[in-house]
Write a protein that binds this ligand. Sequence first.
Ligand SMILES: Cc1ncc(COP(=O)(O)O)c(C=O)c1O
Length: 366
Amino acid sequence: MTGKIRLFESFQQATYPLGGHAKRNVQVLLDALEKIEGSVEGDTYGNGKLIEDFQSKIAEYLGKETAIFFPSGTMAQQIALRVWSDRKGIKRVAYHPLAHLEIHEEDGLKELHQIETVLLCAKNRIVRLEDVLNIQEEVACILLELPQREIGGQLPAYEELVAISAHCREKGIKLHLDGARLMEILPYYQKSAAEVCQLFDSVYMSFYKGVGGIAGAILAGDGDFTKEARVWKHRYGGELISLYPYIISADHYFEQRRSKMGQYYEQAQELAALYNRCHRVKTVPEVPVSNMFHVHVELPIEQVEAALLSVQQDTGIGLTPYVKQYDQTICYYEVGIGDRYAQVPKAEIEKAFQLLDQRLRENDLS
Ligand SMILES: Cc1ncc(COP(=O)(O)O)c(C=O)c1O
């Protein structure tokens, strides 16, 4: 068995995995359905009380006029950018080089809509106001992802967001929020979702990341925007006859976890501090600004995998199922805090981190 497979398996078998809420098995749906009566009407092709009530509730939460439930964020965001591009008659949008649309969607935006993209800055940092001021071409829309997942979930200062938003409004550029992890950033900003979203013309939020549902997304904006977006949802095959298993789970876990985001954020800070005490380890960001961060280790990947494997096997604490290469000298993995962290005895976590530090030192052959 290779080191990678052994690491993955040791994480699967760990008594105390530190990240996430729980295993993503069918129990997630069973729990969400537990208190639902069988007589509740399902939705039909985007209509019906169940879907309409949920859309209205989330529209209000986001401070937007209307909202549409989508099976995926991938679908919702490509459509949002298409609507804004059509509106302006310019098939060009701008975003971070590691935006989900740029690296994880098989070029859907370009292949399906012939929309060009402007990459706003270097890969390893967040988009700044100056990047927006320096855009040379005319763009219909700018997409900002908060937090920027692929660089550990970093965030700009709130004042900078306000300045970017004001500039876009002045120039007639639509501003779209990739808020896949929107709820997760609210404790850091100390703002409501509606306060953050009023800086943006359209917003997407996910219901299976920090919220922990099965799948699904909301796209919100003004009435004209969502009306057009709904036509595209149909064209994409996203207007499923019924989406209620996703909607019920989205609503259930939204209610269950909306008040826990502050707890996840504080626990992410606590865990990052433990990592930062270990040999050749640095978290990005150093102090997390949401429930997530990346762990960077400046050692050869095989030695890091071996150290993590031995900690997971000896302590039962699950740190990660994988490690990836970041650059020539650094490897990394992502950590996202959910319900599980609070269930792990503190002393066991401390012990695991002492051992991790020790193993990394032993495995450092430099
Ligand atoms: C930042 C970001 N945007 C968009 C998406 C797309 O969401 P979905 O998986 O629902 O298509 C993801 C999914 O991981 C994401 O992390």
